[in-house]
Design a protein around this ligand. Sequence first.
Ligand SMILES: *Cc1c(COP(=O)(O)O)cnc(C)c1O
Length: 414
Amino acid sequence: MRDEARDTRATQAVWAGEGTTFMEGATQVPVVHSVSFGYDDLEHWRAVALGEAEGHIYGRNTNPTVRVFEEKLRVLEGAAAATSFATGMAAISNTLFTLLSPRDRVVSVKDTYGGTNKIFTEFLPRFDIDVELCDTNDEAAILAAIDAGVDVLYLESPTNPTCKVLDIETLARRAKGHGATVVVDNTFATPINQHPLELGADLVVHSATKYLGGHADALGGVLAGDADLVRAVYHFREINGATLHPEAAYLLLRGMKTLALRIERQNATALAIARHLREHPLVERVFYPGLEDHPGHDVATRQMPGGYGGMLSFVLHGDFDTVARFLPRLRLAHRAANLGAVETVVAPPRTGSHVELTAEERAAMGIPETLVRYSCGIEDPSDLIADLDAALDATARDRKPERGGPPTLAPGRG
Ligand SMILES: *Cc1c(COP(=O)(O)O)cnc(C)c1O
């Protein structure tokens, strides 16, 4: 077995987990559809079933294709163990329901992924679990909430859709001082850019549906970290049944081989676009941790050694009608709810990530109605910038004067 921990992440993304010998020397991991795995030797069967010997018993528990996917992510996150799930939300909900019991307390922030927020506000309280969701920008409030008692600290950074940054190391250290388990959703950053376990987290969770797979053609989730904790969550999942399908595992594995290439490109593109957009008169504000005046820039520079990520968002002058006129003009973007794909994807929170909230609730979360979330693809950045400019210029030109908004464009622009 290679010493995979010594390789760089770009190499790990290609080679980690690939050491298994498959039928007839296949160099690519086959999709093993078989639900069950048979044993003529009953003693061997018993040993595998009890985890005393390597092998597989039943597809709800483990599968050879899925195992390679878990192993690749385990190595990329520098973790002792990893297990997988049908979706990112299955990873998050199985983890929280494994770790928490009635009268426990979980501390998190208001800006977690929409589905995660629903677990916190709708489901955990039904089991008499105390949930405190803090203002993401108020570190003192998060520390105070931790000091008031914490069993699980759940973090996400950078956040969706306004790219807020949490100081994972500082918050994790404080929570560990109270004996808490620290979980970080690393979906936006990916293991190329950020390594939560090195920052003190016990567990890292991903929606593999996004950057890990990278092609928006397979759902999946994964959890990596401390071996005992991962085993406990795996046990809950194997009974609960939120198993990753081997076909999806194959697509995710195939996507992950190019993870480092894609993320390096997306990091560079997002920074270039963020810098460019804030010069445009129709753009009121740009959120991107790579910009020097972003409030989380220094922390992000420390805790995201690989780069600031491929997600950014920006606020347009005007009202939602401006957004509605701007988005259809983008030629090089899907208008859709996902992110982290090879194609650029755009969405306004009003119809995408935060569709279930009222305008007032979005405003309370610091999400303006004219915000646009932009997930950079791997297209040539100059094409994306030209596409954005063309759409912004055309939108600024047909702006209805009675609605108020940005200063008029200089003649000749676009
Ligand atoms: C998409 C997403 C999830 C949920 O993942 P699914 O695979 O859609 O279930 C969780 N966290 C973040 C940050 C996400 O972007």
